[in-house]
Design a protein around this ligand. Structure first.
Ligand code: UDH
Ligand code: MN
Length: 370
C-alpha cells in the first residue's frame, strides 16, 4: 500500500517537473523569437517596401562597395525608421548586368544620310538636357563623362550624336556628353581641352570615369563598352584610316578612358602640346612611367570609322612634338592638372550635349633661333 502511494507521489512529481520544463521551454522560445525578429529584421527583409528604405545602406553604384553586414544595416534601419516621416515606395533598381543584353554587335556606319537637329531630337527623346542619360531599368556601376575636344566641327558632331547616344543607351551607361569648345583662332590644343573637361564636368556631377573622344570617331561595334577598366583604356584601336590595325604598339589616340585615380596618378594630360600630334604619345608615356598598362578591346571589336576631313586651320603639326615626347618623365610632374590655367567663357546645356566654351590662351612665343 505505502509502496503504491509512494509510486503515485513520485509519478506526480515527475509530471510536475515535466510540465515545468515545458512551460520554461515555451517561455524561452517566445523570448528568443522576439529577439530574433528584432535582431535580423525578419519580416522587413521579405517586405520590398521596407527593403527600398534599407537601400541607402546597400550602395550598388560603386563597383568596389562592400555590403554592410545584415546586422549593422538593420540596426541603422531601425534607428532611421523612427525618424523617417515620408516613406518612399519605389523599388531600388538592380545593378546593371556586366554584359548588357540588348547589344547588337557590328554596326553599319555611314556618313551620307543628311543629319538634322530635328532628327537627332526625335531619335533621343529620353536623353535629358545637357546630354545626360541613365538607364531606366538598372543602376550603372560607374558614372561616365564623355569629353570631346572641339572647335568648328558641327557636321561631325551631328553624326557623333546620332550614332553614340543609341550605342551608349544599349550599353546601359550612366553618362553625360561634354563638348569642350576652344574659343578664338589661336593654335588648337587637344590635351589641354581634355584637362579642362575633366575639371569642368566634375562641377556638374560626381563622375567616376572620363572618356576622351575625338568628335569624328564612331565605334563600329557596340560591344566596345564605354566605361572605365582596371587599367587606362584605349578604345579606338582599329581605325579605318589605319587599315583597321593599331598603327604602333604605343598608340593611345582617338578615344581613351581613365578613372579618377588613373587620371590623377599621371597628373592629367600635358597642357603644352600646341597644334597637331604628340600629346597622345605623351599620355601613353605618363601611363607606363607610372606603372600602369594600357588595356584594349579585341581588335575585331575595337573598330572605328573616322569621318573624312582635311587638316583644320590653326592645328598644324607641332614640330616640337618629337623632342617633347622624349622628356615626359621630367615634364609630367610640372605640366598637367597641377599647372592647368584657362578662362571659362560659358557653359550651355543643349538637349543632347553640354557645351563648355573656354579661352585656353596661346602657345608661348618661341625663343629666337641661333
Ligand atoms: N579638333 C576640332 N577642331 C579642330 C581641330 C581638332 O574639333 O580645329 C578636335 C576634333 O575632336 C578632332 C580631334 O580634335 O577629332 C583630333 O584632330 P584631327 O581630327 O584633326 O586629328 P586627326 O589625326 O587628323 O584625325 C589629322 C589630319 C588629317 C589630315 C588628312 C588629310 N588627308
Ligand atoms: Mn580626325
Amino acid at each position: 500500500m505505502t509502496r503504491l502511494m509512494l509510486g503515485r507521489t513520485l509519478e506526480r512529481i515527475c509530471k510536475g517537473i515535466l510540465l515545468l520544463c515545458l512551460v520554461h521551454f515555451a517561455i524561452m522560445m517566445i523570448l528568443y523569437w522576439d529577439v530574433y525578429i528584432q535582431r535580423f529584421d525578419i519580416f522587413n527583409r521579405f517586405n520590398t517596401r521596407n527593403y527600398s528604405r534599407m537601400s541607402h545602406f546597400f550602395n550598388f553604384s560603386k563597383p568596389n562597395s562592400t555590403l554592410p553586414t545584415l546586422g549593422i544595416a538593420s540596426d541603422h534601419f531601425l534607428a532611421s525608421e523612427k525618424s523617417e516621416a515620408n516613406v518612399t515606395t519605389e523599388k531600388p533598381l538592380p545593378p546593371c548586368p556586366d554584359v548588357p543584353p540588348g547589344l547588337v554587335g557590328r554596326l553599319l556606319i555611314e556618313f551620307s544620310t543628311p543629319m538634322t537637329q530635328e532628327r537627332l531630337r526625335k531619335e533621343n527623346p529620353d536623353v535629358k538636357e545637357g546630354g545626360r542619360y541613365s538607364p531606366p531599368d538598372c543602376k550603372a556601376r560607374q558614372k561616365v563623362a564623355i569629353i570631346i575636344p572641339y572647335r568648328n566641327r558641327e557636321h561631325h558632331l551631328k553624326y557623333w550624336l546620332h550614332y553614340l547616344h543609341p550605342i551608349l543607351r544599349r550599353q546601359k551607361i550612366d553618362y553625360g556628353i561634354y563638348i569642350i569648345n576652344q574659343h578664338g583662332d589661336d593654335t588648337f590644343n587637344r590635351a589641354k581641352l581634355l584637362n579642362i573637361g575633366y575639371k569642368e564636368v566634375l562641377k556638374d556631377a560626381d563622375y567616376d570615369c572620363f572618356i576622351f573622344s575625338d568628335v569624328d570617331l564612331i565605334p563600329m561595334d557596340d560591344r566596345n563598352l564605354y566605361h572605365c577598366y582596371d587599367q587606362p583604356r584605349h578604345f579606338a584601336i582599329a581605325m579605318d584610316k589605319f587599315g583597321f590595325r593599331l598603327p604602333y604598339a604605343g598608340y593611345f589616340g582617338g578615344v581613351s578612358g581613365l578613372n579618377k585615380t588613373q587620371f590623377l596618378k599621371i597628373n592629367g594630360f600635358p597642357n603644352e602640346y600646341w597644334g597637331w600630334g604628340g600629346e597622345d604619345d605623351d599620355i601613353y608615356n605618363r601611363i607606363t612611367l607610372n606603372g600602369m598598362k594600357v588595356s584594349r578591346p579585341d581588335v575585331k571589336i575595337g573598330r572605328y570609322r573616322m569621318i573624312k576631313h582635311d587638316r583644320d586651320k590653326h592645328n598644324e603639326p607641332n614640330p616640337q612634338r618629337f623632342t617633347k615626347i622624349q622628356n615626359t618623365k621630367i615634364t609630367m610632374h610640372r605640366d598637367g592638372m597641377n599647372s592647368l590655367q584657362y578662362h571659362l567663357i560659358e557653359t550651355v546645356r543643349y538637349p543632347l550635349y553640354t557645351n563648355i566654351t573656354v579661352d585656353i590662351g596661346k602657345p608661348p612665343p618661341r625663343p629666337p633661333r641661333g
